[in-house]
Write a protein that binds this ligand. Structure first.
Ligand code: 45D
Length: 320
């Protein structure tokens, strides 16, 4: 096949609507540290209510326990300073410990910190704190987003905190991630309007069963997966590692798609639908698009996962 990763990244770009997420994050980035923490707290108390506590999980919290205990023992002033250091990515020992956590451990850590703030064990946002105009503007921008976009912004903020050492390997990243409990199995009989391709249908079934080996077997040896707002992850080993840490417990509910076979027998498909993360379960649906490029043998050379800008884009699947 004559495709390159670059040309694959550009398939179906004419059907895409720019996402408001990067601009919202850029607005947030302009706030000072205290405003960032306050904004996130307000946003979180509005949407965090629907986090599924079972997803936080005892095993995941155990990975964060050491740092949580240290924070609990601090004075209120030091706790506030610790949170500022996280938000400003200061190079301190505790901020580095946080930086070592995997994405899901960071989320669990902040979930627990939020609970402790509500209980008064960890210093809350000061009662006399007044929202600045900047905070109000970013909060208004976040309120414009749909719930799936809002949790993406929140997740991004959490993942970006702390000091990340570019060289040192991350202990919890390399350790096995605790499983996400599935209270109900994901949908098994998928009907995707306009799509009969068995590779793509097997991809959805494999992820819905947390069967990453089966999913990987569908890729070419140089195959790539591009998560939302990220660079492509190339090769089975890297994709496997990524899936084990970030694709567990997802419910993929593809709804409709279009498929085009090219003269050399390769195929490009765009499918749209809804994905639920175990963190929020059925409470939040994310509007997602998958753009697949399959080689003539039906293996996945490339798949991009995109956050759709609007529910309209779900149906923006005109054949060309
Ligand atoms: O006090 O096909 C703050 C792939 C500070 C795989 C806080 C995928 C202030 C292939 C931090 C706010 C994975 C790519 C407190 C598909 C403060 C594939 C606490 C897609 C207390 C489909 C904040 C998967 C907290 C996708 C606790 C798109 C915030 C997955 C918690 C998307 C936020 C998953 C949480 C998302 C956010 C999950 C738990 C967006 C979770 C978001």
């Amino acid at each position: 096949m004559t495709y390159t990763l670059e040309s694959a990244q550009n398939i179906f770009t004419d059907t895409q609507v720019p996402s408001p997420i990067p601009a919202t994050i850029a607005l947030f980035e302009q706030l000072n540290v205290d405003d960032k923490l306050a904004l996130l707290w307000y946003a979180y108390t509005e949407m965090g209510r629907t986090i599924t506590p079972a997803a936080v999980g005892a095993a995941r919290l155990q990975l964060a326990e050491g740092l949580l205990n240290q924070v609990k023992q601090m004075s209120a002033t030091d706790q506030t300073q610790f949170m500022r250091d996280l938000a400003s990515r200061a190079n301190t020992p505790l901020s580095r410990s946080y930086g070592f956590f995997s994405v899901n451990t960071k989320l669990a850590f902040w979930y627990e910190l939020g609970e402790l703030m509500k209980q008064g064990v960890v210093a809350p946002i000061p009662a006399e704190y007044q929202m600045t105009p900047g905070v109000k503007a970013v909060l208004a921008a976040i309120q414009q987003l749909d719930p799936g976009e809002q949790i993406t912004v929140l997740r991004n903020a959490v993942v970006d905190m702390g000091y990340e050492d570019a060289v040192a390997p991350s202990p919890t990243e390399t350790a096995d991630e605790p499983m996400f409990p599935r209270t109900e199995p994901a949908p098994t009989k998928l009907k995707v309007e306009g799509i009969t391709d068995s590779t793509v249908l097997s991809y959805f079934a494999a992820l819905n069963a947390d069967d990453f080996e089966a999913a990987l077997a569908l890729f070419t040896p140089d195959g790539a997966l591009q998560p939302p707002f990220q660079k492509p992850i190339v090769g089975p080993d890297a994709i496997a590692k990524y899936m084990r840490s970030e694709a567990q417990g997802l419910n993929l509910m593809p709804q409709q798609g279009i498929s085009e076979t090219l003269p050399d027998g390769s195929k490009q498909l765009k499918i749209t639908g809804v994905v639920q993360t175990p963190w929020f379960g059925v409470n939040v649906g994310m509007n997602i698009g998958w753009r697949f490029l399959l080689n003539p043998q039906g293996k996945i050379f490339f798949v991009a996962i995109d956050m759709l800008a609007s529910p309209q884009e779900l149906l923006n699947l005109r054949p060309r």
